[in-house]
Write a protein that binds this ligand. Structure first.
Ligand code: SAM
Length: 221
């Protein structure tokens, strides 16, 4: 899967993943994920999600990263803001208020370009990518997860042999392989997925909400 897949989806308006309201898993876990204000939240593969607005209104600076420029343009237009536009490394940065969207490839994002963050919110980012790209995706994520950084990671599982992604099935083993080393991984909730595309109708889709905290593994003695 290359960038043309996503550019075509945005060009065709096939963005069923986009939701009009803030994500209810984010709302449900906000007090664990974001107990304080004044943080800096990274949102990989952000699309034009209104979760950017919600996070900023909760008192955080927010940096989304999105490949498709029209998505960033639409986000600010739909929010009723005229963004400033600047170049930051290989990215075009659209900014207004506390929200910035870096337009470009998330897989090229380094800490030198981004700077430090306190939280990362992954809704439909890891599960948007095929397996080989997910390995590189997690490597990039881990570069930004200095001790204390918390990641809210929303995944889903279903019979991947029966249905192609995206969204892709990402199981517990893969979450642990990517994040358990050097982090504390907590399963916050599991449930049945709602609002899936019609092709999933005859399949069981289970969502899992993870809180990953970077830092040494906790001493449970
Ligand atoms: C399934 S959508 C999810 C969007 C958003 N997280 C949401 O919840 O609405 C995945 C998004 O990732 C973007 N994308 C795909 N590959 C990317 C990459 N390598 N770097 C940045 N964005 C990418 C796509 O254009 C698309 O908007």
């Amino acid at each position: 899967m290359d960038g043309s897949f996503w550019r075509q989806r945005w060009a065709d308006g096939r963005i069923g993943f986009h939701a009009a309201a803030a994500n209810h898993h984010l709302l449900a876990h906000a007090d664990r994920f974001l107990p304080e204000t004044g943080g800096r939240v990274l949102v990989p593969l952000c699309g034009k999600t209104v979760d950017l607005t919600w996070l900023s209104e909760r008192g955080h600076d927010v940096v989304g990263v999105e490949l498709v420029e029209s998505a960033a343009v639409a986000y600010f237009a739909e929010a009723g803001h005229v963004p400033t536009v600047a170049d930051i490394g290989p990215y075009t940065a659209y900014s207004h208020g506390r929200v910035t969207i870096l337009v470009g490839d998330f897989l090229a994002l380094t800490p030198a370009i981004l700077g430090p963050v306190t939280h990362i919110y992954d809704r439909a980012a890891m599960i948007a990518l095929p397996p080989a790209m997910r390995v590189r995706f997690v490597e990039v994520m881990r570069q930004h997860m200095t001790p204390g950084v918390t990641l809210l990671l929303l995944t889903m599982t279903y019979d991947q042999a029966a249905l192609p992604g995206p969204p892709h099935s990402v199981d517990t083993a893969e979450v642990m392989l990517g994040y358990a080393d050097g982090c504390t991984v907590e399963l916050l909730a599991q449930g049945d997925a709602e609002s899936m595309p019609p092709r999933f109708a005859a399949h069981t889709v289970t969502t899992s909400d993870w809180l990953v905290t970077a830092g040494p593994a906790r001493d449970l003695r």
